[in-house]
Design a protein around this ligand. Structure first.
Ligand SMILES: *Cc1c(COP(=O)(O)O)cnc(C)c1O
Length: 436
């Protein structure tokens, strides 16, 4: 009779993908290379070069003992998570390959896939935050995240305190001290760069402030929304964040044809969020996971091209007589605090920026209505260029005073540059500016 351990070793040998190589000798393979095959074993799928889409709600156990072991893992009775596939609310082959590949970009221990960026954020918050707790966050945040923290968690007795995205170490220290006096601080939540101000958060500064203010037993995790620059241009886990959040709808999906979210980071924290995701079912579906695998193969190519295009377009716009200013991370003032954070934290300036036209809403709308290539739509990070007016659209419901503080003026246009030919984009913007 084999012991239970031997039986499970046989079971998992049968169904676990063979480990994919991550290095050749001392040469460590880069994310771009790993996106093409990492985490997928063709032998488990009839030799198929590409992963099939596993459209199934449940998985067959080889033995009752194997089923028991899988459940021990998924319910936390045994550490280490599920050893095999059980039921599609918990995991599935497409989602697991996606998670392995997402983790690669930030050299993270582990990752989780979600049905949307907001379901990733909601699951994260519900995992760590309890009634009476205080969430410390940078401001402004993505509007739905602000609603979730202030309005929805507020109904459950959770409060929040924020510091401005560009805050100094002293400002961050002061907000943390004030929050500690109010209640248990269970999460520090960041978003960088902030939209539409483009202010970068000093993640190293926040981590140092957190480590100085808390002991080992009450230290809150630091989570950061890395949608705007990740995973190519910012890797905040390297600056001391514990969890990095993605709306995969944006650059990672990259083709404006799906909605999904991701979370990468430290294993112990990821496992806590995984337990919560298993319970409420905020995992993405297999078809979306498969589309994301296809998208990841070209992620670096797309982001590189979009980033180069954005630089060319911003250089053209900066000197145009009808333009007041361009809020682009590539144009930070030498020697400023923001430029210092950029140098320490960023690997590229991104492809989403703020264009302030001379004038007001009339001029902004005339510009938008005369674009021929750029699409008039919210969102970002897709292959096609998008343009919108935050004051009249995404930030319409923001109170006037806060709009003013955040520089969300009527002449502001938000632009996300795609992978078109850069000269064609410049021609489009030049033509639309002429019509203003
Ligand atoms: C789009 C976005 C989200 C929300 O993601 P969904 O996939 O739309 O749920 C969160 N944060 C940022 C910064 C975003 O741009």
């Amino acid at each position: 009779m084999p012991t239970e351990n031997e039986a499970s070793a046989e079971t998992s040998q049968h169904r676990t993908p063979r480990p994919s190589p991550t290095s050749i000798g001392n040469h460590k393979l880069k994310p771009q290379t790993l996106m093409l095959g990492y985490g997928f074993d063709p032998e488990l799928s009839e030799g198929s070069l590409k992963p099939p889409i596993f459209l199934t709600s449940t998985f067959v156990f080889e033995t009752a003992a194997a089923g028991k072991r899988f459940f021990e893992g998924v319910t936390g009775k045994r550490p280490g998570g599920a050893e095999g596939l059980i039921y599609s609310r918990f995991n599935g082959p497409n989602q697991e390959i996606l998670e392995d590949r997402l983790a690669v970009w930030e050299d993270a221990d582990d990752a989780l896939a979600f049905s949307s960026g907001m379901s990733a954020i909601a699951t994260l918050l519900l995992t760590f935050v309890r009634p009476g707790d205080v969430v410390v966050h940078s401001g402004p945040l993505y509007a739905a995240t602000e609603t979730l923290i202030a309005k929805i968690l507020g109904q459950f007795g959770v409060s929040w305190l924020d510091f401005p995205s560009g805050a100094s170490r002293e400002q961050i220290d002061a907000v943390i001290a004030e929050a500690k006096a109010k209640g248990r601080v269970s999460l520090i939540y960041l978003e960088s760069p902030a939209n539409p101000t483009n202010q970068l958060v000093d993640v190293e500064g926040v981590a140092a402030a957190r480590d100085a203010a808390f002991g080992a037993d009450d230290k809150p995790p630091i989570a950061i929304d890395n949608t705007f620059l990740g995973p190519l241009w910012a890797k905040p886990l390297a600056q001391g964040a514990d969890l990095s959040i993605y709306s995969l709808t944006k650059y990672v999906g990259g083709h404006s044809d799906l909605v999904a979210g991701g979370l990468v980071g430290e294993k112990g924290l990821i496992n806590q969020v995984r337990m919560f995701r298993n319970t409420i079912g905020t995992i993405c579906d297999p078809n979306t996971a498969w589309m994301l695998l296809r998208s990841l193969e070209t992620l670096e190519l797309r982001m590189d091209r979009a980033g180069e295009n954005a630089r060319k377009v911003c250089e053209f716009l900066r000197d145009h007589p009808k333009v007041e200013k361009v809020g682009y991370l590539g144009f930070l003032e030498e020697g400023s605090t923001q430029a210092d954070i950029y140098r320490r934290h960023c690997l590229g300036a991104g492809s989403t920026f703020s264009l302030y036209l001379k004038g007001g809403e009339k001029e902004a709308f005339a510009f938008l209505d005369n674009l021929k290539i750029a699409n008039l739509a919210v969102s970002l990070g897709g292959t096609e260029t998008l343009a919108s007016a935050p004051a009249a659209m995404t930030h319409l419901s923001v109170p006037d005073e806060r709009k003013k503080a955040l520089d969300i003026t009527d002449n502001l246009v938000r632009i996300s540059i795609g992978v078109e030919d850069p000269d064609d984009l410049i021609a489009d913007f030049a033509n639309a500016l002429n019509a203003v």
